[in-house]
Design a protein around this ligand. Structure first.
Ligand code: CA
Length: 220
């Protein structure tokens, strides 16, 4: 027994997956194809995808934003929980990776819910704000370049409705954020982001050690 979060050894992690994962075949196939790519480490874990599906469903979300789509696994996890007329704005800059994403979104019958914006995400977010979309989104997933996390967060908080949720990936960054000697730009940016969010009175937060660390941030 433990009164703090336990470290999951391989056996326990495998057990967790065995008794709780219900990964659809199409998502397993996408994960399989992504595992062969050189940037495979950017793939979210399947238990994380399933958690996001659950959160989107719990929120009754209709409108969502994803920043950092890669090969489309997390977008699929979000889109599957949206109603048929729901919409996910998926932001990425890579034609190459998102071509794989589009293929699997089609195969999963979810492509009609996903609006892929191939542009720097800050431009897409600023355009949404200029279009008067403030307060209109239910759910946001941030998982792109870490140096811009705070910029993404500030804009997404404006776009989110009260009671809406922002999920942020890699907030533990392999543990490097806890090592004061580690001063790489990405580590420094995540550390600064985590501190700012903790001190932000506009939100409720829970940081959970799923995958590489997830922050669940609810707008008050
Ligand atoms: Ca990530």
């Amino acid at each position: 027994m433990s009164s703090k979060t336990i470290f999951l050894d391989q056996l326990t992690y495998d057990y967790l997956c065995d008794v709780s994962l219900r990964e659809p075949e199409v998502m397993a196939a996408l994960r399989d194809e992504t595992a062969g790519l050189e940037m495979a480490v950017m793939q979210v874990a399947p238990e994380q995808g399933q958690l996001m599906t659950l959160l989107v469903r719990l929120l009754g979300a209709r409108k969502a934003i994803e920043i950092g789509t890669f090969t489309g696994y997390s977008a699929l996890a979000i889109a599957m929980a949206l109603p048929d007329d729901g919409c996910l704005i998926a932001c990425d800059v890579s034609q190459k990776w998102t071509a794989i994403a589009r293929k699997y979104w089609q195969r999963a019958g979810q492509a009609h819910k996903i609006n892929l914006c191939l542009a720097p995400a800050l431009e897409t977010l600023d355009a949404l704000l200029q279009d008067g979309k403030e307060g209109q989104f239910d759910f946001v997933f941030i998982d792109a370049d870490k140096e811009n996390y705070l910029n993404y967060y500030q804009r997404c908080l404006q776009l989110l409705r009260p009671g809406g949720l922002i999920v942020v990936d890699n907030v533990l960054w392999g543990g490097s954020v806890a090592d004061p000697e580690n001063k790489t730009p990405a580590t420094t940016a995540i550390r600064k982001f985590n501190l700012c969010v903790k001190n932000d009175a506009r939100i409720d937060i829970s940081m959970i050690p799923v995958g590489d660390g997830l922050s669940l941030i609810r707008k008050k």
